[in-house]
Design a binder for this molecule. Structure first.
Ligand code: ADP
Ligand code: MG
Length: 341
């Protein structure tokens, strides 16, 4: 299948908390397309978090183990374009028959259906036909089905039938593992502290992470220099400024923990010891005010808490800043350090 990119496999899709459910559901679907309750399987998440990679990995896995299965990968945009063309050329039946003959349809970025009512109607019928015949549908989207706008209710309700699993931003360990895997694939080697530096500073999405490494390698080749940490910092300066939040949650956590001399793991733990709670609440407060991270992601980062915990933490910190001089100084000190970085 020319539409499937053979480089996107499960093998090189690094597992982490950020993708565990989506990855294992994808794996199950790949082993038994149409034969699980994950139909459709909807993989959703922001840009560059691995939706296309994972969706294609499922297709490639099916092709590898069941070469007779008809698998099509198509972006929603291309599907819409093909539909318009088939209307123009009077080949609408061929268009529908082609898709209805598939065993597996992987449709990427279905949020692009927004506003395209006629194409949605056609896809609704194709969807029903395939689903009723036990064929597999795999969809990706930038939002959960319940948050998609501009899509018809009946199509959305179908999207909610199976399983929706999200991809989120990988944590630092997963980011390092992704970089190591990529180095290994490309047959290159970078010093550990360079990998750590890149993984620490590029925390928007995986595509940027990989982009930073590629840019580093290109510059090192151009300048005929081995990459060490100092050089990496120098080379990535622009990249980091332009593409990434300057301050990451990891960095906030590190500063706060150093300041209060508490171990980093404790902040993410369940402990309610006073000094730990304080460090945790200040970290959440700073993450909210100094990063663009959502409350949900902040809560998840600091030990799998929900967004109401983050709201509560921020209120507590704000109240204490107003009423407790010493506390206010703590927070200001840490903020100064943050800004120096
Ligand atoms: P999306 O479709 O969500 O925008 P992509 O699937 O295009 O993102 O992923 C962007 C890049 O990041 C790709 O090169 C992909 O291989 C890589 N990538 C994303 N997640 C992972 C992961 N968990 N392990 C390895 N590579 C990943
Ligand atoms: Mg994509």
């Amino acid at each position: 299948d020319p539409q499937l990119n053979p480089n996107y496999t499960f093998d090189n899709f690094i597992e982490g908390d950020c993708n565990r459910l989506a990855r294992s559901a994808g794996y199950a679907v790949g082993a038994k397309p149409g034969g699980t309750s994950f139909n459709p399987l909807m993989i959703y998440g922001g840009v560059g978090l691995g939706k296309t990679h994972l969706a294609q990995a499922i297709g490639n896995e099916v092709k590898r183990t069941m070469p007779d299965k008809l698998v099509i990968y198509v972006s929603c945009e291309k599907f819409c374009q093909q539909f318009v063309d088939s209307l123009k050329n009077n080949t609408i039946n061929d268009f529908v028959n082609f898709y209805q003959a598939m065993d597996i349809i992987i449709m990427d970025d279905v949020h692009n259906f927004a506003g395209k009512d006629k194409t949605q109607d056609i896809f609704f019928h194709i969807f029903n036909h395939l689903h009723q015949s036990g064929k597999q549908l795999i969809l990706t989207s930038d939002k959960a089905p319940k948050d998609l706008v501009g899509l018809e209710e009946r199509l959305l309700s179908r999207f909610k039938w199976g399983l929706s699993a999200d991809l989120s931003i990988p944590d630092i360990e997963t980011r390092m593992a992704i970089l190591k895997k990529k180095m290994y694939q490309d047959g290159i080697e970078l010093p550990y502290d360079v990998i750590e530096y890149v993984a620490n500073n590029i925390d928007n999405n995986v595509r940027e992470l990989e982009g930073a490494m590629v840019s580093l390698l290109a510059q090192s080749t151009l300048n005929k220099k081995e990459i060490d940490l100092a050089l990496a910092k120098q080379m990535l300066k622009n990249f980091i400024k332009n593409t990434s939040k300057e301050i990451s949650m990891e960095y906030i956590q590190k500063l706060v923990c150093e300041y209060f001399e508490v171990p980093v793991e404790m902040v993410k733990s369940k402990t309610r010891k006073r000094e730990i709670v304080q460090a945790r609440q200040i970290s959440m407060y700073l993450a909210k005010s100094h990063t663009k991270t959502s409350l949900k992601s902040i809560g998840a980062f600091f030990g799998g808490r929900d967004h109401s915990t983050v709201i509560y933490a921020c209120q507590t910190v704000e109240d204490l800043i107003d009423t407790d001089k010493k506390f206010k100084t703590y927070v200001q000190d840490i903020q100064k350090k943050l800004k120096m970085s």
